[in-house]
Design a protein around this ligand. Structure first.
Ligand SMILES: Cc1ncc(CN)c(N)n1
Length: 237
């Protein structure tokens, strides 16, 4: 069994819970509460900005130009393409995107970002890719399932979001997540079983954090002492 097949098999209960999450179901049925959409975009904007820095860290571990290009493309995708699904949510919520670009990470986003940095700190590309893969993989799975359900019909205001994440790579029919799974398999074939276990943990925790990210936005879960934390300034003694 390929390592990527093992990853997917172990993540199945989490993936099922993501498909069934009320936010994700709301995308399919065309209704998500406005506050949830706004909270999501605020958090995702800052989360993706942090992701760019994590990709940049991954680049420092590489020598092969094709591999470097992969991460450079991923950065370009966030900066220039992934703004589109955010605009879809903003249009439905009736808010200006520019208004949602100043948030600080809420607890689950903070945890997810810290988890990614922890993977990067191990210095192992296998861990970085495993931790990162939950991001493209779960979104592609969500969108694909919703396309199969014909949720991307003209009446659905989230059609643009679903179509965006269901897209494959031009004519090749391969997705970014397929390419990453192939890359993970190549690295895993040279890894020890302990290293594979560590990568598995990074992947599964990222999958759970994807679920947590939807949950956090749907219920707008923020720091309990947000005002205290954000208003703290150093006193000059
Ligand atoms: C939290 C999260 N995970 C995944 C994606 C899809 N790149 C995203 N935009 N945000």
């Amino acid at each position: 069994m390929l390592f990527s097949e093992e990853l997917r098999a172990h993540a199945q209960p989490i993936m099922t819970a993501i498909h069934e999450h009320p936010f994700v179901r709301g995308i399919a049925t065309g209704y998500v509460p406005r506050e949830a959409l706004i909270f999501y975009v605020e958090q995702d904007f800052q989360y993706l900005s942090e992701f760019i820095k994590i990709y940049a860290t991954a680049i420092t571990k590489l020598t092969d130009r094709t591999e470097i290009k992969f991460f450079a493309n991923a950065i370009d995708f966030i900066l220039n393409s992934e703004i589109h699904p955010h605009h879809v949510f903003c249009d439905v919520a009736g808010v200006q995107y520019e208004m949602l670009q100043h948030a600080t990470p809420a607890p689950k986003a903070y945890l997810y970002e810290s988890h990614m940095y922890r993977a990067a700190d191990t210095g192992l590309l296998l861990n970085i890719l495993a931790a990162f893969q939950a991001c493209p993989w779960t979104y592609h799975e969500i969108a694909n399932k919703q396309v199969q359900e014909k949720a991307n019909n003209q009446a659905n205001p989230f059609k643009g979001w679903i179509d965006f994440y269901a897209k494959t790579d031009d004519d090749s029919q391969t997705t970014v997540s397929d390419q990453i799974f192939d890359w993970i398999d190549r690295l895993a074939s040279d890894a020890t079983s302990l290293q594979r276990e560590e990568a598995m943990q990074f992947f599964l925790k990222s999958c759970e954090l994807e679920w947590q990210f939807w949950e956090q936005a749907f219920y707008q879960q923020d720091w309990k002492f947000k005002k205290t934390i954000s208003s703290a300034t150093l006193k000059h003694i």
